[in-house]
Design a protein around this ligand. Structure first.
Ligand SMILES: Cc1cc2nc3c(=O)[nH]c(=O)nc-3n(C[C@H](O)[C@H](O)[C@H](O)COP(=O)(O)OP(=O)(O)OC[C@H]3O[C@@H](n4cnc5c(N)ncnc54)[C@H](O)[C@@H]3O)c2cc1C
Ligand code: FES
Length: 505
């Protein structure tokens, strides 16, 4: 699959039905403008329309075509980084608020599925935390004890249990989290968008917001029109309205997923994730006839710091075939990016220093629940001015306990700027074969040079249009990744992912 949308058919088992919407061609006025139509933007726009607000939802590309189309969609309220780590980082009270709010997000999705009778394979199921491949039972039991104690502290429902139906782990110490969930995100969101429009919400696609003017009213400029609103919400996955304040508190990680055919009933329908860091996970997606799809994911690395997608997919496949020896053939492979925050919770709320601009970001691998939750939280902030989970997700926070993470994640930018002094990775553009790219030293500057799959050579400045870090070639996705804050650019320099607003020059 390719971020430029070339082969997005592999995502969600060949589902590429992104809803259509007109391009913004004129000026629009509304109560709330929501920028970005992924799970976060759609959920926020929908909750606000239900609350009686006049809402415009605008996206740079097709609606739902961002990271949401790449998700593997577990709806697990349990903190992605582990509950023990969350309690240590945020303290018991805020960790409890996190658990409660993530649970509320899953409940809200279930409620909307029921209200609108959405056919999206939503189902409640168990989640299992099982030992990493390198752990013996003693080590795994210790880890279970730590997570169990933290789960009780934050009010998560958890049970100690023995074994999961994965080869070698049949009698291992595991934790069972009942009442987790999963669904087909695009089927769900298409139905929500249809109801949003039925209730008077307006949607615009292929209309990038390129300028933002804040005041009593917020004015968002697109190429062919502008939106003026009393409030604006940036749900662009990575916020495009602030340059540093939030971006220095989160880091982009690339994560990999694959789907395989599996005979129905070979593996019971549940969410499985192991105790490794970063963890591997397994889940099922319903298929037709006698076949389901098994989805496996993991092998994350910091964006731009590795370009070895094939080796990561091979490792994922080896890992899952050892656990499920009768697995069928591969049907899809893809990767995407998540934004890990320094204290494991998203940034959802009033944008730092703003009174009428809001953000939803910092998904930390739990972007689907964070997105649904953003709908509830930002609706309350706009309509009532407050919400009981505000402190958990406050975008202006920097907890002292997260200082070590803050320093280590920001070292990336320091290391990256040192690259300006190093020789380029590629000697000459002539050396590049189709699908290859690299940075070339050109006097005092660096050039990002790649040859696309059609053999066409592209040359741009290697300096990211966000804050100037040097971009790195990603041969799996055929794009340029910026290691500093996660911007991505197509071979022709066009911006694919924020925080950059403009392409490579
Ligand atoms: C492989 C993978 C597996 C995952 N698995 C899970 C999982 O199991 N559970 C889970 O909870 N999460 C998971 N995640 C994370 C989750 O999918 C994402 O965090 C979530 O979908 C992000 O949603 P979003 O609405 O914030 O962003 P997006 O879906 O990326 O939407 C943002 C939108 O903003 C638009 N935009 C950007 N800039 C502009 C601009 N200037 N003007 C207008 N529009 C703009 C983009 O075009 C895009 O459509 C996974 C992610 C990946 C990659
Ligand atoms: S994303 Fe910030 S410098 Fe590139």
């Amino acid at each position: 699959m390719n971020v430029s949308g070339e082969a997005t058919k592999s995502v969600w088992m060949l589902d590429t039905k992104f809803p259509t919407a007109p391009r913004l061609q004129q000026d629009e006025h509304c109560d709330v403008a929501v920028v970005g139509a992924g799970i976060a933007g759609v959920s926020i726009a929908y909750e606000l329309v239900l609350a009686g607000r006049n809402v415009v939802l605008v996206d740079r590309g097709p609606l739902l075509g961002g990271m949401t189309s790449r998700t593997t969609a577990h709806l697990a309220p349990v903190c992605d980084d582990g509950l023990g780590a969350l309690v240590e980082m945020r303290g018991e009270e805020l960790a409890r608020g996190f658990q409660e709010s993530q649970q509320a997000a899953v409940d809200r999705i279930e409620e909307l599925v029921g209200n609108l009778a959405i056919d999206c394979d939503f189902r409640r199921l168990d989640g299992f935390l099982f030992p990493a491949a390198w752990m013996d039972d003693e080590e795994a039991a210790k880890q279970c004890d730590k997570e169990y104690a933290a789960a009780i502290k934050v009010g998560a429902i958890v049970e100690r249990s023995k074994g999961v139906p994965l080869n070698g782990h049949e009698s291992a110490p595991v934790l069972r989290y009942p009442n987790q969930a999963t669904f087909h995100p695009l089927k769900y969101l298409r139905a929500i968008l249809a109801d949003f429009e039925k209730r008077g919400g307006r949607t615009f696609a292929n209309s990038a917001v390129t300028d933002i003017e804040e005041g009593d009213q917020v004015r968002l400029k697109c190429e062919r029109g502008a939106i003026t609103a009393s409030n604006a919400v940036f749900a662009t996955n990575s916020p495009i309205n602030t340059w540093v304040k939030i971006h220095s508190k989160m880091a982009p990680y690339r994560t990999y997923a694959m789907a395989f055919e599996i005979t129905k009933r070979l593996l019971s329908d549940a969410l499985y994730w192991d105790m490794d860091d970063p963890y591997y996970y397994v889940r099922l997606n319903p298929g037709s006839g006698k076949t389901n799809y098994l989805i496996v994911g993991g092998r994350d690395h910091k964006s731009g710091e590795a370009d070895d997608g094939d080796a990561r997919f091979a490792a994922l496949e080896a890992w899952i075939r050892a656990l499920v020896p009768d697995l069928g053939g591969e049907t899809a492979r893809w990767s995407g990016q998540v934004l890990d925050t320094i204290d494991y919770c998203g940034f959802i709320g009033r944008s730092p220093g703003s009174k009428n601009v809001f953000v939803a970001t910092g998904d930390s691998g739990q972007g689907i629940t964070h997105g649904a939750l953003a709908g509830l939280l930002i609706r309350d902030l706009v309509v009532k001015g407050s919400n009981s989970w505000e402190a958990v997700y406050a975008p202006d926070r920097t907890p002292p306990a997260a200082f070590a993470n803050y320093l280590s994640e920001n070292l990336t930018a320091v290391k990256n700027f040192a690259e300006y002094l190093l020789p380029g990775q590629v000697k000459s553009a002539e050396d590049l074969k189709s699908g290859e790219g690299g940075v070339i030293h050109d006097g005092l500057s660096k050039l990002a040079v790649c040859r696309d799959r059609d053999g066409k050579l592209h040359t741009h400045s290697a300096s990211c249009s966000h804050l100037g870090c040097i971009v790195h070639w990603n041969s799996t996705e055929q794009c340029w990744d910026c290691p500093c804050h996660g911007s991505q650019f197509a071979p022709d320099g066009a911006v694919l992912n924020g925080p950059a607003i403009r392409g490579l020059s």
